[in-house]
Ligand binder design. Sequence first.
Ligand code: PGA
Ligand code: ZN
Length: 416
Amino acid sequence: MKQTKITKIVAQEILDSRGNPTIETTIWAGAISGSASVPSGASTGTHEAVELRDGDKRRYLGLGVRKACKNVTGTIFHAVKGMDCRDQQKIDQAMLALDGTINKSKLGANAILSVSLAAMRLSAEMQQKPLYKTIAQHYNYKPRALPVPLFNVINGGVHADSGLDIQEYFLIPQRGTFAERLRQGSEVYHTLKKILASDGYSVGLGDEGGFAPHLGANEQALKYLSRAIKQAGYKVKTDFRLGIDAAASEFFNSEREVYKMKASRLNYKPASIYKLYQKWVKDYGLQIIEDGCAEEDFLGWQLLTKHLGKQTLLVGDDLFVTDTARIQNGVINGIANAALIKVNQIGTLTETIAAIKMAQSNNYEIVISHRSGETTDSFIADLAVAVNAKYIKAGAPARGERLAKYNRLVEIEQNL
Ligand code: PGA
Ligand code: ZN
């Protein structure tokens, strides 16, 4: 008989793709172990679970995570020691009870998530099964297909100094296997680089591996993507469609109730912002708009959904923060038609799956997402396959921490 009870936990401070500290946790049951590391966002929603940082300015400008590591190896280990590593709900529940806050501010969502994900990895190791199969079986899913990648190839907002208000511009390959879509995305990415460089723009990268050119107007980025698609030998709208993550909470002034778009020097009210997107849907065939409105702008969201919800995927990120109750609230109020899923927004795998099931049972599409600050952990690739997510968003088809996810999906495709 294998030892399945948790016997040891180690947590350490490592660095994420922005060079900021984050946690990596390893859990043992006897001689078998599972590890996971935690990502970190920059354009975080107000209602996200709390990332515990040391605040000690003498180390990492206050961003150290030693307290969170200590919570893992101290309080949390104490509570989960001896539990069966395959009993994910029980482990997550124990941590929730121990934390006791609504936003995980006591132990830190980073501490809790590292244990939650590492426990599932350990469970997969224990059963000698791929992670996606272990997750799927545990939560009663039958993986059917690979998710469609959303390649974020132009970065703006708080992810780059491009001056663009829109945070992300995605390429969405429409046809082929996952591996073929990765190739197509890569070809357009490199073509885009050539075009930008020949037009005299910088081809330096933003946080998610996309280019960060000072284009002057938000719409310019959509024009460049369309050009790059054609120049790479593909057809706009049939081979590739486009998407954006406006991350509109970042440019919404909630006191004045106005969206201030600096790059285009235009202001929009909650009652009219949908018209801007309506134009882009018409002119560029946008397939996906994430966070088109700010997290607290319910009027804007309702109008956006009413006018564009039939033909466009309207994804709630800051709006829903992977929270079951918030997604349910969206369903009831006719807001958005898809949910972005980020494991560290909520902090445990059990709650993440509950949020996914809430969305799916109401016919809201799922987009599994990375964060702008990432590690080479590819957990979300397996998660996306396990729950039959229609889409995955993991940045540009470049940089190790982004490719860890895409390359893992290529590997899973071989086996599925
Ligand atoms: P974040 O950005 O990880 O910085 O929050 C990603 C997103 O907004 O989707
Ligand atoms: Zn977003």
